[in-house]
Design a protein around this ligand. Structure first.
Ligand code: SF4
Length: 229
């Protein structure tokens, strides 16, 4: 089958988009307690908490949980009721159960070390494609994508993709996201996409005039052309 795009599988304008977004991220990245953290366990805790919970709520729970269970080993040896108690108020308790089960599995069978590769991380309880990519890139510096809802929205709008069947859309998103990851800067890149989606390219009111990638975004260019001068 012929490749859809030249330029290493990237759509036209991808290089410019990447440069602009990274430049913006360098100046405007959000300050969050889990940013810059490289301890794989702490990264996993933050990512599991963020799976179905707003950042504002996780800000309280993340340090509290890590104070109660500062290491994978301490979490692994905790009683289930105590873990549930530490998670109380965050909801979706299956996440706490899976995190606990992961800690026990890693301590019991993997020498206490979380795997570095997304394929291996995905074999652990409650770790899906996004969380595996996030842990691999943020904790281990692997050049892999991590596409959450925010990143997916940004990519879809920038490249002007029309709605496609779910499986096709997911395939396209992950393939292009993977090709876009700059070598050695996967953590910055994945977080830059998420930050843009969380602060400017929001679901309901994207702020295209203030967006750093507006001139290389298919959706933003159309929207700005329609604005009255
Ligand atoms: S220009 Fe608009 S649609 Fe495009 S990424 Fe920026 S905010 Fe989103």
């Amino acid at each position: 089958m012929r490749p859809k795009h030249r330029n290493g599988g990237l759509p036209p304008g991808a290089g410019l988009f990447r440069g602009r977004l990274l430049g913006w991220y360098g100046r405007h990245r959000r300050t969050l307690p889990w940013r810059g953290v490289r301890d794989p366990y702490a990264v996993l805790v933050s990512e599991v908490m963020l799976q179905q919970t707003q950042v504002a709520r996780v800000l309280d729970y993340y340090p509290r949980f890590l104070r109660a269970y500062p290491t994978l080993e301490e979490l692994a040896s905790a009683a289930p009721d105590a873990v549930r108690e530490a998670w109380r108020g965050l909801g979706y308790y299956a996440r706490a159960r899976n995190l606990h089960a992961t800690a026990q599995l890693v301590v019991g069978s993997l020498d206490g070390r979380l795997p570095r590769r997304p394929e291996e991380l995905r074999k652990l309880p409650g770790i899906g494609r996004y969380t595996a990519g996030a842990v691999a890139s943020l904790a281990f510096g692997a050049d892999v994508p991590a596409v959450d809802t925010n990143a997916a929205r940004v990519l879809t709008r920038v490249f002007g993709w029309r709605r496609a069947r779910r499986a096709r859309q997911a395939h396209r998103l992950w393939a292009v996201a993977g090709a876009l990851v700059p070598r050695g800067r996967s953590a910055d890149w994945n977080q830059a996409l998420m930050d843009l989606g969380a602060t400017i390219c929001t679901a309901h009111r994207p702020r295209c005039p203030a967006c750093p990638v507006r001139t290389c975004c298919a959706t933003g260019t159309r929207a700005l052309r329609r604005r009255p001068s």
